[in-house]
Design a protein around this ligand. Structure first.
Ligand code: ADE
Ligand code: ZN
Length: 345
């Protein structure tokens, strides 16, 4: 395919239909909403202003981000707060031509503060239903366990969430990766499998390739979140390619959390060249400087070897890697093909 001008490539990246498969809803909590919810819930914000809070968003690694991220999430108390949070994300996602979103949520962050499981899940599910009705986005929820807590706590969380089983499609694993290998959660993921839930896990973000192997072998996950460190293990890459295990890669996140020194140093081109089923995602857009289209545009600008063909591949991979029904995937791929056909090279 011949290359497009920068402007036309940007327009294509913005307009193409896409799925987002790695977005933590708590990571879409913008400072303005933190302040609004703090006021509504009678809480004193930890920072004097939105500007001061934003200025604190300079992270040395994953843990330094998580400390601020969990503090921000502490303003979420009521069902309406969770609805408002998710609705704001879905409006942003629709503007980015996201047609399908699989959204992570961290119930333990909230239940540990006494928030009822019902308020969390019902609030998020209500926003997801409305996103479908009013924005045309198909939205699904994935319940994530905090890996710095125990497996017993994860098992208890899953049992607490079961009355709301109809509202989520899968289980994930997030939070501090180093020192918390996937196999720590083998039993709770096995229970999720029995329940017919899809399974994903963060692995190979800061942790070694062995954590990716463990997520596949101990947890039987269907996708790896991040997974960028797989390239350190060529045999693992071969396996991920052969088994067509998707990686949900988050470039702006990787730079903000110092997994890579800059976007220009990101290994996305090498992951694509290896034949991996890579998707692009925003992770925690309120903290990392951008939503999904910001990730696409900044990454393509920093890596000139990425062009129209890679844009198509990434969008197509996002549908293939999703847990949506085959008929929906086929329809979105047709819409993607139409979008590319009308943007002739
Ligand atoms: N929770 C929110 N964002 C995360 C990330 N990038 N890694 C692990 N846990 C997270
Ligand atoms: Zn993540």
């Amino acid at each position: 395919m011949a290359e497009l001008s920068r402007e036309r490539l940007h327009a294509l990246l913005r307009a193409m239909p896409k799925a987002e498969l790695h977005i933590h809803i708590e990571g879409s909590l913008e400072p303005e909403l933190i302040f609004r919810l703090a006021q509504r819930n009678g809480l004193v914000p930890a920072y004097p202003s939105v500007q001061a809070l934003r200025a604190a968003y300079a992270f040395g690694d994953l843990q330094s981000f998580l400390d601020i991220y969990y503090a921000g999430a502490s303003v979420l108390r009521h069902e309406q707060d969770f609805f408002d949070l998710a609705w704001a994300y879905f409006e942003r996602a629709a503007a980015d031509h996201v047609v399908h979103a699989e959204v992570f949520f961290d119930p333990q962050t909230h239940t540990e503060r006494g928030v009822p499981m019902r308020a969390i899940i019902v609030g998020l599910a209500h926003a997801a239903r409305r996103a479908h009705a009013e924005l045309g986005i198909s939205a699904r929820l994935i319940l994530c366990f905090l890996r710095h807590l125990s497996e017993e706590a994860a098992l208890a969380t899953l049992e607490q969430a079961l009355p709301y089983r109809e509202h989520f499609i899968g289980l994930g694993l997030d939070s501090s990766e180093r020192g918390h290998p996937p196999e720590k959660f083998a039993r709770v993921f096995a229970r999720g499998r029995e329940l017919g839930l899809h399974l994903v896990a963060h692995a190979g973000e800061e942790g070694p390739p062995a954590y990716i192997r463990s997520a596949l072998d101990s947890l039987l996950v269907e996708r790896i979140d991040h997974g960028v460190r797989c390239l350190e293990d060529p045999a693992l890459v071969q396996r991920l390619v052969a088994e067509r295990v998707p990686l949900t890669v988050c470039p702006l996140s990787n730079v903000k959390l110092r997994v890579f020194g800059s976007l220009a140093e990101h290994n996305l081109p090498a992951l694509l060249d290896a034949g991996l089923c890579v998707t692009l995602n925003s992770d925690d857009p309120a903290y990392f400087g951008g939503y999904l289209n910001d990730n696409f545009i900044a990454t393509f600008d920093a890596l000139p070897q990425l062009g129209r063909a890679q844009a198509y591949q990434l969008a197509r991979n996002s549908f293939e890697a999703s847990f949506a029904p085959a008929a929906d995937k086929a329809r979105w791929v047709r819409e993607l093909d139409d979008c590319f056909a009308t943007t002739a090279a």
